[in-house]
Design a protein around this ligand. Structure first.
Ligand code: AMP
Length: 616
């Protein structure tokens, strides 16, 4: 399974192609960043973890332009066929606990969460909208940053605020869930233990930073809250502040909520304390004696240590501390500062091992000293791989559910009938004659006409065969196999409209007679609305088997063609021979069974997503 992953942020776009059939699965890695004056940088790597990292300039002004450029970039390197697309989505609110197939309703819900993640959800939505225009037939899956934290207990996620507010969704949700889950599992793998046996504190320290208590495999607390603003000191975000600050700022400085929010998201954190959000720069300034940089580091470290202590208490112990994210992976200095004075927990760092960390791909070195009870591990987070695994799991699960699920569809019997061209109508019923509608049919585009014709074969004839409107390009007769014996012709089983090399026989109307364009035994088929087809994992042109009846006269019709089109009502059509074989008089229900010939039943498209109704 080849999966394309998008991780769209407010100022960068990460994307990757994963081939889940091989162990070195990330076959392409790309990132657009540093958008300035209509230009940006593209970092990319082809051919797995050993591939060479490259960089080039691109003339793109924004993340949105970069998303639109992705298909060309991927094509350039030979990646243009995917089985699924996975999107990192920051906020999934209370609803999404797992990876979720995107459809109109899911998109609307994500959009409704935008106010909770104003920097992230709009970028994620853009990637979804644009990629679904490029790849309309490929299933798109959202993997939520909040999902892993759905196991946080109510006493940890509840804010002590009025009930009316809480009823509006004011609670802690947590973010970076995909990263915490990935590193938690990686730690378990490295320690050769099951994650369910371990108490892990995961420190994701990058531009955005959060810490998570993973108790026996479940997130039970994390530092980000209702929005990605709460918790640790971040690159440009403040993390925890006293909520009393807001009214003070409004009252004393006359600042609007918009201004305060913007400052807290974009001009606070390290940037506010040390004048830069680049931790490398801050470390080097601090080393040269810059007091602001030193304070920034102290504030960062102090808060982190407080959280580590708190989460150890929350879990009642800690077996492993794991560092990830740009700072966690690369700064030995920060790891040393954070891990100092944790002797009372039985946590001792081996400074040589700490200094020696030089991560390559999926490395996860342990840097605790030999007598440390708590393990300390450093590893790169690979959210994209985690997303790809979740997408694969979802689609496999869905496929097996589709295979075992019983879908029931209505079945109608089609008696012999004729479709006429306007030319044929006039030849049979008189110049200028128009077919008159007698009654509607279940497929709303067709109707039974008042007119009937005589169908005349070399051996026998049928006197009153119903004409179905509206008129078509060709004149087509549809009969059963038994009818062909009466008429004395040999006719093939064909889908409607395929008349080449079929018998041409005579039709007689009230004023004249003509030769038809063709006669077929209609291939059994199921009309389907695209929505129903998607639900059942089918698409136009697929084949399924259908079981009709049970007990003595139950039959199974193999190779039933799916005809999915907007406006169709889901219904199977069989002819009178087939109905007689199954002992059906008029209407019944059939049970759908997936067939080997069924093309892409595992691929649920979202053609039915009314994407245009959402903002792009
Ligand atoms: P991320 O958001 O995970 O990409 O992390 C970005 C942060 O990691 C920035 O603040 C970088 O300055 C910081 N970072 C990257 N490499 C190093 C390093 N070698 N030492 C200290 N900080 C680093």
């Amino acid at each position: 399974m080849k999966i394309l992953i998008f991780n769209a942020g407010s100022s960068s776009l990460k994307f990757g192609v994963f081939d889940m059939a091989i162990s070195d699965s990330r076959v392409f890695k790309g990132e657009f960043e540093h958008f300035k004056n209509g230009k940006c940088l593209l970092h990319y790597r082809v051919g797995g973890e050993e591939g060479e990292e490259k960089e080039r300039g691109e003339s793109l002004a924004s993340v949105e332009d970069a998303i639109r450029r992705v298909p060309e970039i991927l094509k350039e390197f030979g990646y243009d066929v995917f089985d699924a697309i996975g999107h990192r989505v920051a906020h999934g609110g209370e609803k999404f606990r797992d990876a979720t197939l995107l459809d109109h309703n899911v998109l609307q819900y994500i959009e409704s969460c935008t106010s909770l993640a104003p920097l992230h959800n709009p970028a994620n939505l853009k990637a979804i909208m644009i990629s679904s225009t490029f790849w309309p037939d490929i299933p798109q899956v959202a993997v939520f940053d909040t999902a892993f934290h759905h196991t946080i207990p109510d006493f940890a996620y509840t804010y002590a605020v009025p009930k009316e507010w809480r009823d509006k969704g004011l609670r802690r949700y947590g973010f970076h869930g995909t990263s915490h889950k990935y590193v938690g599992l990686r730690v378990a793998q490295v320690l050769n233990r099951s994650i369910t046996e371990l108490q892990i504190i995961s420190c994701h320290l990058g531009n955005g930073a959060s810490i998570c208590a993973i108790n026996h495999g479940f997130s039970i607390d994390t530092s980000m809250g209702m929005t990605p603003l709460e918790g640790l000191v971040m690159g440009t975000r403040s993390g925890d502040v006293d909520p009393g600050m807001f009214s003070y700022l409004a009252r004393e400085l006359g600042l609007s909520t918009e201004v305060v929010e913007k400052q807290l998201y974009s001009n606070s954190g390290l940037k506010a304390l040390a004048g830069s959000h680049d931790f490398r720069e801050i470390e080097s300034k601090a080393a040269k004696g810059d007091l602001d940089a030193q304070l920034a580091i102290n504030v960062c470290v102090y808060r982190l240590r407080k959280y580590i202590g708190a989460y150890t208490a929350a879990m009642g112990g800690v077996d492993a501390l794991v560092f990830t994210g740009g700072i966690g992976e690369n700064s030995a200095f920060m790891r040393r500062r954070i891990c100092s004075k944790f002797d009372f927990l039985g946590l001792y760092l081996d400074e040589d091992k700490n200094q020696a960390v030089k991560l390559k791909s999926f490395d996860a070195p342990q840097i605790q000293s030999f007598d440390s009870r708590v393990k300390v591990i450093v590893t790169q987070t690979c959210e994209q791989l985690m997303i790809a695994q979740e997408v694969q799991y979802l689609l496999k699960q869905q496929k097996s559910q589709l295979k075992t699920k019983k879908w029931h569809i209505p079945v109608a019997v089609s008696a012999r009938h004729v479709h006429l061209s306007q030319e044929a109508v006039e030849a049979l019923f008189g110049k200028g004659h128009q077919l008159k509608k007698m009654r509607s049919l279940s497929q709303t585009e067709g109707w039974a006409a008042e007119e009937t014709v005589e169908v005349i074969g070399p051996k026998g004839s049928f006197k009153t065969v119903r004409v179905l409107g509206p008129t078509r390009k060709q004149t087509q007769i549809e009969v059963s196999k038994t009818d062909t014996f009466t008429l004395g012709v040999e006719a093939p089983v064909r889908p409607s409209g395929k008349l080449e090399n079929t018998p041409i026989i005579k039709l007689r109307g009230t004023v004249g007679a003509i030769e038809s364009d063709g006669l077929i035994i209609a291939a059994r088929h199921i009309h389907m609305s695209p929505e129903d087809a998607a639900k059942m994992g089918l698409k136009d042109g697929d084949y399924v088997d259908v079981k009709l009846g049970d007990g003595e006269r139950g039959v199974s019709f193999s190779n039933t063609l799916i005809r999915a089109k907007q406006g169709y009502v889901t219904e199977m059509h069989i002819d009178t021979d087939e109905a007689n074989a199954a002992g059906i008089a008029f209407r019944t229900e059939g049970e759908l069974v997936m067939n080997e010939r069924q093309g892409n039943a595992d691929i649920v498209t979202k053609k039915n997503m009314r994407l245009h109704s959402l903002r792009t």
